[in-house]
Ligand binder design. Structure first.
Ligand SMILES: [Zn+2]
Length: 367
């Protein structure tokens, strides 16, 4: 079967980017404020583990159109290093000396549940040592949906109670056409739903990453799609929604389009609108939004004057889940943004469905 031209392009860019790789062999970690699974606030400790790159990104089709993470993973990390990860992560934890309830996040820039990245006995050891601690309320791991299978879930549950585990899966969009023709995600809604339902049947929570503004989508369509995708995910039992505003990573088709001036990362106003709308409709759902590179040309950005203010409001909201942080945020550029959206809608022939998104003039923040 012929591959769409854009898949060929992604594969070409991925291959080319291999020569630019600067992989790290270190465990990277940091702490920040984090909402807890059953309400309340705590501290999260995030680990970036130096496993081999995402198997999907390394495949012949080049993986997702926005993802440059493989450039940071070692292509073939020594098993010796992988085997020491439980000890290293525990050392980092001890050094941070955090008090109070905590969330542990294990990120590999790939799939924690892929045995080629982490052999089962290593991941079990790593989960087990943290799950035993009373202070740890939640352990978040990331995985592509295809590794969320019975065998892997049961291996996690051998060493940790289900209520302490959250599996984060990149949904990107609930629209198969968008995932196929824009993201090159290699996952259908049906496959995502299977993974969610399986994990939920064991009592494990699911966090879904939603991509705000994949390539080829206009600003308005991306707002629309992110909200619809969150709705669908929540409907099937997803408990945390993370809005990932596109940032332009090196060695990706998104970057190529950006360089050709065919792509702009989303406005921070769009991140704010999507976040607000989902939380207003579903107060019980944790909504997280912390745009990478916010305020920079390669990340979600506004006019330059208000970026920091909007970014801080989004961070405060993500930490507290308190919508009042997202109220009364104003800047001159909001009107410009609105005109931009109107042009977007008129140009695409979608018609006005403004009332859905509080974008009508009457809801414009007072200057
Ligand atoms: Zn502004």
């Amino acid at each position: 079967m012929n591959k769409p031209a854009f898949v060929k392009e992604i594969a070409k860019i991925r291959n080319k980017s291999k020569s630019l790789r600067a992989p790290h062999f270190r465990v990277i970690s940091w702490i920040e404020g984090s909402p807890l699974p059953n309400g309340g606030r705590g501290t999260s400790l995030t680990f970036i583990l130096p496993t081999r790159a995402c198997r999907f990104a390394e495949a012949e089709h080049g993986g997702c159109s926005m993802c440059g993470y493989p450039n940071e993973n070692p292509p073939d990390p020594p098993l010796k290093l992988i085997e020491t990860l439980p000890e290293i992560t525990m050392e980092h934890f001890m050094k941070k000396k955090v008090e109070g309830p905590m969330v542990i996040k294990f990120f590999t820039s790939g799939s924690f549940l892929d045995r080629l990245e982490l052999p089962p006995h290593i991941r079990e050891k790593m989960i087990s040592q943290f799950a035993q601690l009373e202070q740890i309320k939640e352990i978040i791991i990331e995985s592509r949906a295809e590794y969320v299978i019975k065998k892997n879930i049961e291996s996690l549950l051998k060493v940790a109670p289900a209520e302490k585990i959250t599996i984060a899966i990149g949904l990107e969009s609930a629209d198969d056409e968008i995932n196929k023709r824009s993201v090159n995600k290699g996952m259908t809604w049906k496959q995502f739903k299977r993974a969610v339902e399986l994990a939920r049947s064991y009592g494990i929570r699911i966090k879904a990453y939603i991509l705000l503004k994949p390539i080829f989508l206009t600003e308005y369509l991306s707002i629309h799609d992110a909200i619809l995708s969150a709705e669908k995910a929540i409907e099937i039992g997803v408990e945390t929604i993370s809005i990932n505003s596109s940032n332009i990573q090196k060695g990706t088709l998104m970057e190529k389009m950006f360089n050709l001036k065919r792509y702009r990362s989303p406005w921070l106003w769009s991140s704010l609108i999507v976040t607000k709308k989902i939380k207003q409709r579903h107060p019980e759902i944790r909504v997280i939004t912390d745009p990478v590179a916010a305020g920079l040309i390669r990340g979600a950005h506004n006019c330059g004057k208000c970026d920091k203010m909007v970014k801080n409001a989004l961070s405060e909201f993500s930490y507290t889940q308190d919508l009042s942080y997202l109220e009364n945020i104003t800047c001159d550029c909001y009107e410009r943004y609105l005109s931009f959206l109107i042009a977007d809608i008129m140009g695409s022939g979608l018609g006005f469905i403004f009332e859905d998104y509080e974008l009508s003039k009457k809801n414009l923040p007072k200057q």
